[in-house]
Write a new protein. Structure first.
Length: 287
């Protein structure tokens, strides 16, 4: 690709940002469609986020993705937030339009699409256990409610974070907070169709939520939002018990595809090319 004065620039803000696979995914999409666009990673600290967002407006960039630790902080720094993103309590992308910063959340969309791909799973009328009440846990739990889930349990070690989600959702009887312990989960697991790990536990070797293997059964679908490593300790335990399992790579793919389509407005994301680029970047395989 020839970079010149007509090249459109997008990217991702995070701290750290060295781990991100998003540049590989998006640049593969641009190359496959012969678009004069480039996607770049930018190390931006939380303290520098206001200046960095003003910078993309001043330089007339198309927009940026946001990763840790910016998804919640950026809510108050943009000019407008899409209605669903307000409910979800986080944004993972910003678009510059006529000098205004517009905030979106495509993570929840990616989550729903990943469930369809991996399990052919529809959230409507189903029961879900979400482990973790941070930004990812909140977005996933709220999205489950918006998609018509019958019941959502939020399991977290800090009760105040779970309570904040319950207050935000405002769906009495639909969402319930429980401790992230084997005893508490055992009381509800028989009613759970889908278990989701939205914590960061599993990213590093030896990381474990400490869940009893007897909690898992073949009727259970277990989704881990972590995609590196490909199989976390949670997924290994669940798989060994016969549960259906999936990691977060398809969630990353579909949220990225939605970002691509919002930024480009009239182009369909080349999913196959993006998936191939992701697998190569994350796992070192091309198929």
């Amino acid at each position: 690709m020839k970079i010149d004065g007509t090249t459109k620039i997008v990217g991702i803000f995070g701290a750290p940002v060295t781990h991100t696979a998003s540049p590989a995914m998006h640049n593969a999409a641009f190359a496959s469609l012969k678009m004069n666009w480039v996607y770049l990673p930018f190390h931006v600290t939380l303290a520098d986020l206001p200046a960095a967002l003003n910078g993309i407006r001043a330089m007339n960039l198309i927009g940026v993705n946001l990763t840790m630790p910016h998804k919640v902080a950026a809510l108050s720094l943009v000019d407008e937030v899409e209605p669903e993103a307000k409910k979800l309590g986080a944004i993972n992308m910003v678009m510059v339009e006529k000098g205004r910063l517009l905030g979106f959340n495509t993570d929840a969309y990616g989550f729903v699409r990943a469930l369809q791909d991996e399990f052919n799973f529809d959230l409507k009328g189903r029961s879900v256990l979400v482990m973790g009440a941070g930004g990812a846990g909140r977005a996933i739990a709220v999205k489950c409610v918006l998609e018509g889930a019958q019941h959502v349990w939020i399991a977290n070690r800090t009760a105040s974070k779970s309570d904040a989600i319950l207050k935000a959702v405002g769906a009495a009887g639909t969402v319930e907070a429980i401790p992230l312990t084997n005893d508490a989960i055992r009381k509800v697991i028989g009613r759970v169709d889908l278990m989701v790990n939205a914590t960061s536990v599993g990213l590093h070797p030896g990381d474990s939520l400490g869940l009893d293997p007897t909690l898992f059964t073949p009727k259970l679908c277990v989704f881990d939002a972590i995609y590196r490593p490909a199989e976390t300790a949670l997924l290994k335990t669940a798989h060994a018990a016969g549960a259906k399992t999936a990691n977060g790579l398809n969630m990353l793919l579909h949220q990225g595809a939605r970002v691509f389509e919002i930024w480009t407005k009239d182009k369909m994301a080349p999913l196959a090319k993006m998936r191939q680029a992701l697998k190569t970047a994350v796992y070192g395989v091309s198929k």
